[in-house]
Design a protein around this ligand. Structure first.
Ligand SMILES: *Cc1c(COP(=O)(O)O)cnc(C)c1O
Length: 402
């Protein structure tokens, strides 16, 4: 039977009927340890009681009113986000790409409002991923996402990763902003050195550029801080957030300082669904849990444990694993074998992982994982590596016999 779904995804032959914490229950009758969390989305795991309660309570009251009216739950969530970050203002969206679109528009409008509409260009970095809209594929700059979709949206200049010389050379009279993920996610869990981020901040201050952090994947506790920029010693002017902020309910946000947002006056931007009461109720519930005293420290601690266990895995299986990298519960394994094979071998051991660029496999468990879950993951990955080594040896023996 052919599916009427647009075939833009190569979907695995697997579907799930329910989830509980870090576990997924497949329609194949198997139980899977979910170290993908719906691509860093299910921050509190599956069916977290607080989120279920928040959503069902709100569903019985009001779903949607539009942004033509006050939405108190949204005011509350925006207040909590600004109290806990560098930001003064928040614009809610339905997705990450829309949060980045708001960020890009805001940066351009900032300069227009300051009398410099010619300053509209945004510098981005090789390996970046910022979404799949026309502007965000131009920002990401990846040929495979741009090809066949007409002229690339004007105004994005891409420079190599962690190359200060190239970055300085790219700044011109039309530059408006620099946009970067503090740790590249889709690009292969590539952390940007803190020193480089500090240089970006200094350059932005020097040239009146806005610094935009795309924390869609790194944010909302993923690295052990509420936002990854807190590790770096610098704050952005604008920040895009999504994925984990809704714990699985589709939502995003663009946060900014009042100064960076100075051009975004009545009528300049909008959204029908963004900030709707269902999303706001869930977003507040996610923050209730993540901002509980000790929660983020616990993420940091369990993240260190995961990193240790992955280093151990690499020592045990050097023919399979080449490198361990990442921070908190945003970890990557670069493998000698194709990452698609590694992910398939892991799935055969009933653990879900996610691919990324640079032949990396991402481990993005829900933030509520326990030490026992990490041990369970280690054992399953150890078995997956052993199975892969047996295959590699088999290939070597067959090769020798020929
Ligand atoms: C996932 C992601 C996006 C795109 O988010 P969508 O919700 O898919 O539009 C943008 N930037 C980063 C860093 C991401 O990880």
């Amino acid at each position: 039977m052919t599916s009427p779904l647009l075939p833009t995804y190569a979907r695995a032959e697997l579907s799930f009927e329910k989830g509980e914490g870090p576990w997924l229950f497949g329609r194949d009758g198997e139980r899977y340890l979910d170290f993908g969390a719906g691509i860093a989305v299910n921050a509190l795991g599956h069916a977290h009681p607080r989120l279920v309660q928040a959503l069902t309570e709100q569903a019985g009251k009001i779903w949607h009113t539009s942004n033509l009216y006050q939405i108190p739950e949204g005011e509350r969530l925006a207040n909590r986000l600004t109290e806990n970050t560098f930001a003064d203002v928040v614009f809610f969206t339905n997705s990450g790409a829309e949060a980045n679109e708001a960020a890009i528009k805001m940066a351009r409008k900032y300069h227009a409002a300051g009398g410099h509409p010619e300053r509209f260009r945004v510098i981005t970095f090789e390996g970046a991923f910022h979404g799949r809209t026309l502007a965000t594929i131009a920002a990401g700059g990846q040929a495979k996402y741009l090809e066949g979709f007409g002229p690339k949206v004007e105004g994005f200049d891409q420079v190599p990763f962690d190359d200060l010389g190239a970055l300085k050379a790219a700044i011109g009279p039309e530059t408006a902003a620099i946009m970067i993920e503090p740790i590249q996610g889709e690009g292969g869990i590539r952390p940007v050195p803190n020193a480089f981020l500090r240089e970006l901040r200094a350059l932005c201050d020097q040239h009146d550029l806005l610094l935009i952090f795309d924390e869609i994947q790194t944010g909302v506790g993923r690295t052990g801080k509420l936002f990854a920029y807190e590790w770096t010693g610098v704050a952005p002017d604008i920040m895009a957030v999504a994925k984990g902020i809704g714990g699985g309910f589709p939502m995003g946000a663009c946060l900014a300082t009042a100064e960076a947002a100075r051009g975004m006056t009545v009528g300049t931007h909008g959204t029908t669904f963004g900030g709707n009461p269902l999303a706001m109720a869930v977003g507040n519930a996610v923050l209730d849990v993540i901002l509980e005293p000790g929660f983020l420290q616990r993420v940091e601690k369990v993240g260190l444990l995961l990193k240790q266990r992955l280093a151990e895995l690499k020592d045990r299986h050097p023919a399979v694993i080449a490198e361990v990298r990442g921070q908190g519960l945003m970890m990557g394994l670069r493998t000698h074998v194709p990452n698609t094979d590694f992910i398939a071998a892991a799935r055969a051991q009933k653990i879900i992982l996610i691919g990324a660029g640079d032949n990396v496999t991402r481990l993005l468990p829900p933030l509520i994982v326990s030490d026992e879950d990490i041990t369970e993951a280690f054992n399953r990955l150890d078995a997956a590596c052993t199975a892969m080594e047996a295959d590699l040896n088999g290939v070597a023996h067959r090769g020798a016999a020929e």
